[in-house]
Structure formats: structure tokens, C-alpha cells
Design a protein around this ligand. Structure first.
Ligand code: SAM
Length: 312
């Protein structure tokens, strides 16, 4: 994982300004777990909330008191963004990630409470273990939620079904599902999207709605709702099997230090030119310095190039 990220392996704390708050997220990019790194899509998500919080469905008056669950929260950036807008958030992940997630949530909550005497706009956030597909975990968080959110949680074929079942189990007819995704394999991405479209009404967030800096051509945000309240987990299973994801998406093996999870040779060919061109399209600041965000994206591009370099 280290090669893909400029903040790795030495960056143990990410400082991230969102909605007027200096948040700090501890991370451990050297761990063998994907959830202990802050992923770029979570930052894009939080900055999207910031950009759209003045009017429309993401303004504080509309979000105040809404129940939100974040799946695969990792260090907890996206869910914390919803809390800053007044939501009551349950931030969840696998048991191995929970201690770091809890530390990040507690640290940022106490900073905000200390620094803002009037922290009325701040909602609430708690942490829970939730393994996708685990019925006891799902029951324990008391669905349905107003929002089910997740960033960079769709990265391996075997996760598609338990994630989908879990989202459906946590949703009611009025639930909005917000997923952020960095495309690493166009074919797998498209087929997964088709699977979502069988179950949900899917809307892609236009780039113009995203923060002008915290966006990237390979990062997409989706807003979705169940097509019909009658959609059941059974139908979801059906949607997955009939869809037949042709591409064998390679799972991210936590033992392997790389981040491109679902690549095939064909994907490489399809994607190589466009994604690298997209990455190179990042421009420098007028003074020639790279912003932190740009540095992260260049790191990602460098990792893709380096992966093909064979040292003899
Ligand atoms: C690539 S990380 C993204 C973390 C975080 N959302 C972010 O954007 O920084 C994927 C996350 O999904 C979680 N995850 C993977 N499989 C899971 C499962 N079966 N149940 C619950 N969480 C899972 C991992 O623990 C990890 O935190």
C-alpha cells in the first residue's frame, strides 16, 4: 500500500480542514489493513458536503438529526463530515479497524466541543463494529437509516454482494445511499454500476457540484435510493447473479503492498492512457508548489507507473 500514497509510510496524522474545522485523523499506512489509511475519496466526499451545505438537501437545517450509517468507515472522514452538518452518525467497520476509528472520532469530537462553545450544529457520532452481511451487527445498529454512506468500499468482487445486502438491510423506502468510488478498473466498475442500477435509482454527482480542488476524474460520487420499497434482499441476490460480473476482480490481499486492487491486463490497456493523462492534468499552483491534495494524486500516479518497473 505504501507505494501508492505520498503520505506513507511516515505520515501518521492527516490534518484536513473541512467546514471550518481543522480535523486530525491518525492513520497507520504501514498496517496490513486497508481501513487504517485515509483514502482520497473520503476527502472528496467531505469536501462535497462542505460545498453543498448552504442550500439544498445537504444544508444543516435539512440534515439536523438525520440518522446516518457509514460502512467501511476506515479512519472515519466521510461520516465525520455528516456529523459536522448535524447528523447522528454511526461509523462502522470491521473489528480490526474499530480502535483507530474510535480514536479518530473521539479526538475530533473533543476538539470541536472544546473549541466551539456553541457546538449546536454538531450532531453526534458513535462507533460500532459492522461486518457486512452479519445480521446481528445489522440488527444492533437499529435500521432503517436516513443515509447509508461509504467511500472506497467497492473494491473487490466478493464484497459486492454482502455490501449490497447490508445496504438494503439498513435502508427503508426513504433512505439515501451515498457512495464514493475511485475507479481502478473500468470494466469491473461498469459492471458493478449496472448491478447497483438494477436495485437503485443511481445519480452521478456532477463534477461542478464537487469541491473545485478536491476532485479527480477517477473519483466518482453516487446518490442512490431503492427503486421500489418492495425490493428485497432476495431480489438483490438475483440482480447480482444475473449480472454475472465477467471480470475476475482480484481482491486486495492485505499481505501485498499495493493498492490497485482489481486490475486486469485489459483494464490496464483500456485505462492506462486515460487515467494517466487525467492524473497529469493536475496543475501546479502558480508558485510552482504542489498542494497536499495534488501531491496525493501524483503519488497515486507514480505508484501506477512504478508497478510496471521491473528491477533486475
Ligand atoms: C479502501 S478502505 C476505505 C476506508 C474509508 N472508507 C476511506 O475512504 O478512507 C475499505 C474499507 O472497507 C472495509 N471493509 C472491507 N470489507 C468489509 C466487510 N466485509 N465488512 C465491513 N467493512 C469492510 C475495510 O475495513 C476498510 O475500512
Amino acid at each position: 500500500m505504501e507505494a501508492d500514497r505520498l503520505n506513507s509510510p511516515s505520515t501518521s496524522v492527516i490534518t484536513f480542514e473541512v467546514l471550518g474545522h481543522q480535523l486530525q485523523f491518525s492513520q497507520d499506512p504501514n498496517s496490513q489493513h486497508l481501513g487504517t489509511t485515509v483514502w482520497d475519496t473520503s476527502m472528496v466526499f467531505a469536501k462535497f458536503l462542505e460545498k453543498n451545505c448552504r442550500k439544498g438537501r445537504f444544508c444543516q437545517s435539512k440534515l439536523k438529526g438525520k440518522r446516518v450509517i457509514e460502512l467501511g468507515a476506515g479512519c472515519g472522514v466521510a461520516g465525520f463530515g455528516m456529523t459536522l452538518l448535524g447528523c447522528d452518525v454511526v461509523s462502522t467497520d470491521q473489528i480490526e479497524v474499530v480502535p483507530l476509528l474510535r480514536r479518530n472520532v473521539e479526538r475530533n469530537t473533543s476538539r470541536i466541543v472544546q473549541m466551539n462553545a456553541n457546538s449546536d450544529s454538531f450532531g453526534s457520532i458513535k462507533v460500532a463494529e459492522l461486518d457486512w452481511g452479519n445480521e446481528d451487527h445489522i440488527k444492533a445498529v437499529a435500521p432503517p437509516f436516513d443515509y447509508v454512506i461509504g467511500t472506497d468500499v467497492v473494491y473487490a468482487e466478493h464484497l459486492v454482494e454482502p455490501l449490497l445486502q447490508t445496504i438494503i438491510a439498513l435502508s427503508g423506502p426513504k433512505t439515501t445511499i451515498m457512495l464514493g468510488h475511485e475507479i481502478r478498473s473500468t470494466s469491473v466498475h461498469e459492471q458493478m454500476l449496472q448491478t447497483w442500477k438494477n436495485i437503485f435509482d443511481v445519480k452521478l454527482v456532477p463534477k461542478a457540484k464537487m469541491d473545485s480542488k478536491y476532485q479527480h476524474p477517477s473519483i466518482q460520487l453516487f446518490l442512490m435510493g431503492l427503486k421500489s420499497p418492495a425490493v428485497t434482499a432476495e431480489k438483490a441476490e438475483c440482480a447480482i447473479s444475473t449480472e454475472k460480473l465477467e471480470e475476475t476482480a482480484r481482491d486486495i490481499d492485505p499481505q501485498v503492498n499495493e493498492v490497485e486492487p482489481c486490475k486486469t491486463d485489459q483494464d490496464e490497456e483500456n485505462r492506462g492512457s486515460s487515467s494517466l493523462v487525467d492524473d497529469l492534468a493536475l496543475t501546479r499552483l502558480p508558485d510552482g508548489e504542489l498542494s497536499e491534495w495534488e501531491a496525493r494524486r501524483y503519488g497515486s500516479m507514480a505508484a501506477r507507473l512504478l508497478r510496471d518497473v521491473k528491477i533486475t
